[in-house]
Design a binder for this molecule. Structure first.
Ligand code: SAM
Length: 221
């Protein structure tokens, strides 16, 4: 039938993706599962790629950047241990998909993107979808968002050579920072928890992200 390749049942594909790639792989937080069942990931990618939006892999979003793999989005969100009352900082807005998940699981999301067209597109889409608890700024996220600190949770969605000190400084006591750290090709996902006595670092396993570029990240692409 003419155009049949475009007649995908997105809600059905989304439920299948969540059952097979998210629940089956061990994500247990019911709020993450229901957010992923609800949020239309296909709207966060360009039309030509929408038929791949419910496969479990990253996709290009322009500007040499990607929307992260759904399983990785779920794993990073689960690692933040959100209760629903947090003020969250995200570094690397990208398409805005991860911001929408965070908006479902917390009180308020501050998200920083260094590439203007991505930030503007994400801001418009999140507004259209009714996510009024997300604020997006075009800035170098390795410097954090000083005026809004301290944060209960910080998520970095790009790979860094090291943990940017400003982000640790802007975490509140008990706050969690989840960040991929490693070289340009592969990283380990770390959770840094700030306590009265210092910071606790946990290695959550291997991952692969585009570069975090900025004063406390990589110098260039
Ligand atoms: N969370 C995104 C999503 O759901 O689509 C995926 C983000 S993509 C893997 C990483 C993003 O980090 C890119 O959009 C990139 O431009 C951004 N980025 C890299 N370095 C940055 C920095 N210093 N500050 C803010 N954004 C940065």
């Amino acid at each position: 039938m003419w155009g049949s390749e475009r007649m995908i049942d997105f809600p059905k594909a989304r439920l299948k993706m969540v059952e097979e790639q998210i629940v089956h792989r061990g994500i247990q937080n019911p709020k993450i599962i229901s957010a992923m069942k609800k949020i239309p990931r296909h709207l966060f990618v360009e039309e030509a790629l929408q038929n791949q939006a419910y496969s479990d892999h990253p996709l290009p979003i322009g500007e040499k950047q990607t929307i992260s793999q759904p399983y990785m989005v779920a794993l990073m969100t689960e690692s933040l241990q959100l209760t629903g009352e947090e003020k969250v900082l995200e570094i690397g807005t990208g398409s805005g998909y991860q911001s929408a998940i965070l908006a479902e699981l917390s009180e308020k999301v501050f998200s920083i993107e260094r590439i203007r067209p991505l930030a503007i597109r994400a801001r418009n889409l999140l507004y259209e979808l009714g996510y009024f608890n997300v604020e997006i700024k075009i800035f170098d996220g390795t410097l954090g968002w000083m005026d809004e600190s301290p944060f209960d949770a910080i998520l970095v969605t790009a790979g860094s050579p090291d943990i940017p000190q400003p982000l640790v400084d802007q975490l509140g006591i008990g706050g969690r920072l989840v960040i991929p750290v490693g070289d340009a090709f592969s990283q380990d996902l770390f959770r840094v928890t700030k306590t009265e006595k210092g910071v606790k670092k946990e290695d959550l396993g291997g991952c692969r992200f585009v570069k975090l570029i900025g004063k406390y990240g990589w110098e260039s692409e």
